[in-house]
Design a protein around this ligand. Structure first.
Ligand SMILES: [Zn+2]
Ligand SMILES: [Zn+2]
Length: 415
């Protein structure tokens, strides 16, 4: 790559300051702007192009008005040379941007409204507090998606997915209601990019929002309304749903977190308790409709509360669950302050931290023994309790001084 051009910032500054005067009239303009585009700086004056007024209703009923000036560039720099044709969109027909009316759930999958539907009475639309299922309230359905995968350290891959000729997308399953499930070719599966970036598919996260990347986007899976539907168009609409500018930013970074055993030692030293929940989804392997792999949750709580397994655990791996736990650790510490102001605050201390065995392989072993059911270990500083969630009830499995001892009691571990 050629070296980037040297920029004389002093000269740029002088030009921007000069832009503040209209050369034709000598009057002051509304300001000036420098724009970085296509690998170089451009500059332009700004002009007043009108005003906008926003009215807001206060809880007292008064109406507050806020006026803002709209500025326009005096000159528009040329479009970047790398810019491709824009991604088109159509307005969503399932929602109304001016009301809470949304397509009623009785019309999902393109069905006609049910005349005696309790929500819409056959009108096909009903008020909903939830965002529109189809467009997430953006009111736009994009025809394509721009995907950016990055390690946030200089390595970036841009993918542009556009509709076009049908792509080979075999039928891989059928939903219980009869809707076909298809899988798109490798080009549309983001899981394959994880290996290129040296991370695992479960490490992929959505950079805008921070959540883990949807499993269907990882594996290029989409459920269509009826046989013969345009699979690629349905996938693109689903992938671009609710994304400003039809852009999806994916982070391919391995989370840097402490070992779970270290976290447990810290938490116990703070006088708190910790519950780790795992569900093993190995029975779902190969069924692209269902959650696969493992789900983890690490929850810290005040001492003395009964332990409850997470229902369900949602972290895509131990690292993701530890990262999310650390994010909220401060809340757990604050939550452990006694409500009674005369009760002294416990001083965090651990003169002799108890050794803790790495619970990850041990819990995996227990979870594999109860596939599909959340299993949990609760550390309270005194002992370890193992629990199993069975539908609406929690079954106590074992209590022992350490996790290996509890698993030995269950006949799952040999010390
Ligand atoms: Zn309805
Ligand atoms: Zn909508």
């Amino acid at each position: 790559m050629p070296d980037p051009p040297r920029i004389d910032l002093d000269q740029l500054e002088r030009r921007i300051i000069a832009d503040r005067i209209d050369v034709a009239t000598g009057d002051a303009t509304a300001g000036a702007q420098a724009i970085w585009r296509d690998g170089r700086w451009w500059h332009t004056s700004l002009r007043v192009a009108g005003t906008t007024e926003t009215l807001t209703e206060w809880t007292t009923g008064q109406i507050a008005s806020r006026q803002a000036t709209v500025l326009r560039r005096g000159w528009q720099p040329p479009a970047p040379s790398w810019l491709g044709p824009p991604i088109g969109y159509v307005d969503c027909t399932d929602c109304d941007p001016h009301s809470r009316l949304r397509a009623c759930s009785c019309t999902l999958g393109g069905r006609p409204a049910e005349p005696d539907c309790p929500a819409c009475a056959g009108a096909g639309r009903s008020p909903s507090a939830l965002p529109c299922h189809r467009c997430r309230d953006t009111h736009r359905l994009h025809h394509g998606v721009n995907v950016t995968v990055t390690d946030l350290d200089g390595r970036v891959v841009h993918l542009t997915w556009r509709p076009g000729d049908p792509v080979p997308a075999p039928l891989v399953a059928t939903q219980p209601g009869g809707k076909p499930v298809h899988q798109l070719p490798v080009d549309y599966r983001l899981a394959d990019w994880a290996g290129t970036f040296g991370v695992r598919p479960e490490d992929l996260v959505e950079l805008d929002g921070g959540g883990f990347l949807d499993q269907d986007l990882r594996d290029g899976v989409v459920t269509v309304d009826h046989p013969g539907a345009d699979v690629l168009a349905a996938y693109l609409e689903r992938a671009g749903r609710g994304r400003p500018g039809a852009r999806l930013f994916v982070g391919a970074v391995r989370p840097e977190v402490p070992d779970l055993a270290d976290l447990i030692r810290i938490v116990l030293g703070l006088g708190l308790t910790v519950t780790i929940t795992v569900t093993d989804h190995s029975r779902n392997a190969g069924d692209l409709r269902l959650v696969r792999g493992e789900s983890w949750d690490v929850a810290v709580g005040p001492a003395g509360l009964p332990a409850v397994p997470a229902d369900p655990p949602t972290g895509r791996g131990p690292e993701a669950a530890i990262a999310s736990c650390l994010e909220y650790l401060e809340l757990a510490v604050v939550g452990s302050v006694p409500d009674n102001p005369t009760e002294p605050i416990r001083i965090p201390q651990a003169f002799d931290p108890a050794p803790v065995d790495d619970p990850v392989p041990l819990l995996r072993q227990l979870a594999r023994h109860h596939p599909g059911q959340p299993v949990a270990v609760h550390y309270n500083g005194i002992n370890c309790q193992l629990q199993l969630r069975e539908r609406d009830t929690v079954r106590h499995l074992a209590t022992a001084a350490t996790l290996p001892a509890a698993l030995t009691d269950l006949g799952l571990h040999r010390q």
